[in-house]
Design a protein around this ligand. Structure first.
Ligand SMILES: NC(=O)c1ccc[n+]([C@@H]2O[C@H](COP(=O)([O-])OP(=O)(O)OC[C@H]3O[C@@H](n4cnc5c(N)ncnc54)[C@H](O)[C@@H]3O)[C@@H](O)[C@H]2O)c1
Length: 281
C-alpha cells in the first residue's frame, strides 16, 4: 500500500538502530509516502547499528544526537532545518532504555542512579526534544509529534520494571505539552501504545517471548507488528488526524481492552492437565 499521504512533509525520526527497530519501519514508510526525513541516533548507536545504511537507502542523512543532551538536540534541530529547507512537520521519538532492565535489577531493588537514566532517556528526552523544537520554532502549523509507549504505563507487567514508570511519564508529557503546543501552533502531540515487538529494546525485557505469546493469545486481532505500527504512525503524521492530540492511542490488536480470552484459557488449562498427569512433580 503506497500512496502520497506525506507528500511535501518533512520530519525527524529518532531511534532507527537496525532493521527490526520500529523507527526503521516508520522511516521506510514515511519516505514511501513522499516525506523527506532526517534520521537521528546516538553516536554509539551509529557505530554499532545500521542507521547509516538506512539513510543511504532512503536518500536521507543521519545527524547524531544523544536525546538527553540539549546541546545535541539544538544542533540537530538547526542542522535539520538547514537540510530540510526550513520548518518541518513531524517528529518520531522512538527511544527507550533502562539500565535497571539491562543489569537485571529487580523492581524492589532498583539502582536509583540507573532509574534517573531510565527516566531521562525514555521519557524526559521527549520533553527535551519538544522544548528544543519549540524554542527553534521548528515545526509548521498542524505539525505532529509522536512517541512510542507500552500498556505497562497503565497496568503492571512483571519484568517491565522501571520502564513502566518511564512510559507513564512519557504519556503525561504528551498531554502537558500537547496543550501548550496545540494552543500556540496547532501542533499535536500523542503517544502510540504498541504491542510487544521483537526489537533490540523489546527483547531486553525479562520473559519477553512469553509476553509476546500471551498478548498474541489475548488480542482478538493478534499482536500489532512493527510494520503495522509504521502504518499507524504515517496516519498520525498525515493531515487525516489533524484534531487528534494529547492522546495515548492503543495499537495492540485489542489487548488493552481484554480480560481473558478463550485462546489464553486453553493454554492456561494445559498446565492443569500437566499437573494431573504428573501429580508428584
Ligand atoms: N519492542 C517493543 O516491544 C515495544 C513495545 C512498545 C513500545 N516500544 C517502544 O518503542 C520505542 C522504540 O524501541 P524499539 O522496540 O524499536 O527498539 P530499538 O532498540 O530498535 O530502539 C530503541 C532506540 O533508542 C535509541 N536510544 C537509546 N538511548 C538513546 C539516547 N540517549 N538518545 C537517542 N536515542 C537513544 C537506541 O539507539 C535505539 O535506536 C521505545 O520507546 C520502546 O520503549 C517498544
Amino acid at each position: 500500500m503506497i500512496g502520497n499521504l506525506l507528500k511535501g512533509k518533512k520530519g525527524i525520526i529518532f531511534g532507527a538502530l537496525n532493521e527490526s527497530s520500529i523507527a526503521w519501519k516508520v522511516a521506510e514508510r514515511a519516505v514511501e509516502e513522499g516525506a523527506q526525513i532526517v534520521l537521528s541516533n546516538t553516536p554509539m548507536a551509529l557505530r554499532l547499528g545500521e542507521t547509516e545504511a538506512l539513510a543511504k537507502k532512503l536518500n536521507s542523512i543521519v545527524i547524531p544526537a544523544d536525546a538527553t543532551e540539549i546541546d545535541d538536540l539544538d544542533a540537530l534541530i538547526k542542522k535539520s532545518m538547514e537540510y530540510l529547507g526550513g520548518k518541518f512537520d513531524f517528529i518520531l521519538h522512538s527511544i527507550g532504555m533502562s539500565p535497571n532492565v539491562r543489569k537485571g535489577r529487580h523492581y524492589s531493588d532498583l539502582d536509583y542512579g540507573f532509574l534517573e537514566k531510565t527516566l531521562d532517556v525514555s521519557a524526559v528526552s521527549f520533553h527535551k526534544v519538544i522544548q528544543t523544537a519549540r524554542k527553534n520554532d521548528a515545526l509548521n502549523e498542524w505539525g505532529s509529534i509522536l512517541a512510542l509507549s507500552y500498556v505497562a504505563a497503565q497496568r503492571t507487567f512483571y519484568g517491565y520494571n522501571d520502564m513502566a514508570d518511564a512510559k507513564a511519564l512519557l504519556e503525561s508529557i504528551a498531554r502537558s505539552f500537547g496543550y501548550i503546543y496545540g494552543r500556540e501552533k496547532n501542533v499535536r502531540i500523542n503517544t502510540i501504545s504498541q504491542s510487544p515487538t521483537p526489537t533490540t529494546a523489546g527483547q531486553g525485557v525479562k520473559g519477553f517471548d512469553h509476553l509476546m505469546d500471551y498478548s498474541e493469545r489475548m488480542s482478538p486481532l493478534g499482536n500489532a507488528t512493527a510494520d503495522d505500527c509504521a502504518d499507524y504512525c504515517i496516519v498520525m503524521f498525515s493531515d487525516l488526524t489533524r484534531k487528534v492530540t494529547m492522546q495515548n492511542l492503543f495499537h495492540d490488536g485489542g489487548f488493552s481492552s481484554m480480560g481473558m480470552s478463550l485462546r489464553a484459557i486453553e493454554q492456561y488449562n494445559k498446565s492443569f492437565e500437566y499437573d494431573k498427569e504428573h501429580p508428584f512433580d
